[in-house]
Design a protein around this ligand. Structure first.
Ligand code: OOG
Length: 251
């Protein structure tokens, strides 16, 4: 039997001490991995953190190919990992951080089922975003259960200015820059073939794991391009067509 609490404690400690741990290397399945994730977040909430939303991972082919993982995954976004748009962010709290461009949805009403996700008003607003991912495993390597247990490498996020949600504008150009140079370009259509599916997919995965999406929560729909390493001093900027831009500087 998988030691759910033991694994969660190891991952929690790895994040807090900024020290990578070996992959568990034990036979546990996706269902057990989500229970580790839940326990890991419970430990954080016990220390006074709150959830600001949820995220999806491996929604684009670019990311799946980069990491060799082929299923869409679901993670929980702690409020304490927020970074203000345009700010300097201390990155010494990360082990081997990477950054990636995101589309962020603002949840408009309580979503407990897939039907709720399809109802009008499920999304209240949309924004360009940046996610910092930081695997707690050595060499940023993991199996599917490992990355789920590790809360899908979630480590930090930046949300740009919110815009009213216009579902007709879904396939938008993405430019991802580091120090003023484009390092990746892509399109939001790379996210599940249509990023509007992200809300339904998040609802499905959340319901399967006992999470209800609350109004005011954010949903990070998953990177549209592969991730890039994040190094001290880097200025990271993401521009999404029609949505504007978001940035931060790693200090
Ligand atoms: C897992 C997180 C993937 C995305 O947007 O695809 C993810 C990882 O690559 O470490 O957040």
């Amino acid at each position: 039997m998988t030691d759910i609490r033991g694994l969660a404690a190891v991952l929690d400690e790895a994040a807090r001490t900024v020290r990578a741990v070996p992959q568990p290397g034990q036979g546990y399945d996706v269902a057990a991995a989500y229970r580790v994730q839940e326990e890991l977040l419970r430990l954080r909430m016990e220390r006074g953190d709150r959830l600001s939303g949820v995220k999806l991972g491996f929604t684009s082919e670019g990311k799946r190919r980069q990491m060799g993982v082929h299923d869409v995954i679901f993670g929980r976004v702690p409020e304490s990992s927020a970074i203000l748009d345009g700010s300097y962010a201390d990155i010494s709290c990360y082990i081997h951080p990477r950054v990636e461009p995101e589309v962020v949805y603002l949840i408009g009403h309580r979503i407990a089922t897939v039907a709720d996700a399809l109802a009008p008003g499920a999304v209240a607003a949309v924004a360009p975003g940046i996610e910092i991912i930081d695997s707690r495993y050595e060499n940023f390597r993991f199996s599917l259960p490992d990355v789920i247990a590790d809360n899908t490498s979630a480590a930090g996020y930046v949300v740009g200015p919110w815009r009213p949600y216009d579902p007709a504008r879904w396939n938008l150009g993405v430019v991802f820059e580091v120090d003023g140079r484009p390092v990746q370009t892509g399109s939001t259509g790379a996210i599940l073939g249509d990023p509007r599916r992200a809300v339904v997919e998040a609802a499905r995965l959340a319901a399967a794991h006992g999470v209800v999406l609350e109004p005011g929560w954010i949903l990070l729909a998953g990177a549209a391009t592969p991730a890039e390493p994040l190094t001290p001093g880097a200025h990271v900027r993401v521009e999404v067509q029609h949505l504007g831009s978001v940035s931060f500087t790693a200090a």
